[in-house]
Design a protein around this ligand. Structure first.
Ligand code: DC
Length: 230
């Protein structure tokens, strides 16, 4: 399948691994577009919660995914008339997103929307299935992870900085459950592909992780050729 006509860097990994921040910084450094695919699942979850939709009804949720009236601009996310940038970042929205992301009908409706981000001069996309399903032709595939304990600590720090009270053992349990759901589902499960480079950030800070991705990319060379996984 040939979905990329520009270089794509796919960064997949579990929740709170730091992949979003790393992907965004890599995109900035390279002057590439950036796709936060998790935001799309969070948007469907948010819209479903807001409307009181039955979270067990795959076809209703699929319809919502198809009709998402979303604009990503200047780091802000607008759904219809509403700025939902912060609203979709809550832990409860993440939990529901992980649940509805198991529905093939929801995933299918978001596929072309994600591929539309693939524009010149290139794209950095983060999520769970960027390298395996959405952009199998990515020139570089990274599986970015960290121990669950360190991810819980990072998430805790992040929430505290935002003034949101959080309990580290609850976060740890929540991340474990989410890891299990995201990697245990039958469609597009989270896992390291054979063609993906492992980047374990347990002992790395953001800048070191960004450097790691950029070094991998430099080694590949900026051929920008579709499917040039070397
Ligand atoms: O990356 P995130 O925490 O914002 O993602 C929220 C949920 O969305 C995550 O638990 C699983 C789902 N997701 C997915 O299934 N596939 C993606 N490409 C991105 C996110």
């Amino acid at each position: 399948m040939d979905t990329c006509n520009v270089p794509v860097i796919a960064i997949d990994g579990p929740s709170a691994s730091g992949k979003g921040t790393v992907a965004q910084r890599v995109a900035e450094k390279l002057g590439f577009h950036y796709l936060d695919s998790g935001a799309l699942y969070r948007l469907v979850a948010w819209a479903a919660m807001r409307s009181g939709a039955d979270l067990a009804d795959e076809s209703i949720l699929g319809g919502m995914a198809a009709r998402l009236d979303v604009i990503f601009r200047d780091g802000k996310i607008q759904l219809g008339e509403e700025d939902v940038t912060d609203a979709i970042r809550t832990e409860s929205c993440g939990r529901v997103a992980s649940r509805i992301a198991a529905y093939p009908g929801v995933r299918a409706m978001l596929l072309e929307r994600q591929r539309a981000f693939c524009q010149s001069p290139g794209l950095v996309a983060d999520g769970r299935d960027m390298g395996s399903v959405v952009f199998p032709c990515a020139v570089l595939k990274i599986f970015l992870t960290a121990s669950v304990e360190i991810r819980a600590r990072r998430r805790h720090k992040q929430l505290m900085e935002k003034g949101i009270d959080a309990n580290i053992s609850n976060l740890l349990q929540d991340l474990r459950e989410r890891d299990m759901r995201d990697s245990g589902r039958s469609v597009a499960p989270l896992r390291q592909g054979e063609d993906a480079h492992l980047l374990d950030t347990t002992t790395l800070d953001i800048e070191q992780a960004v450097k790691g991705v950029l070094e991998c990319y430099a080694r590949i060379g900026e051929t920008g050729r579709p499917g040039s996984n070397r």
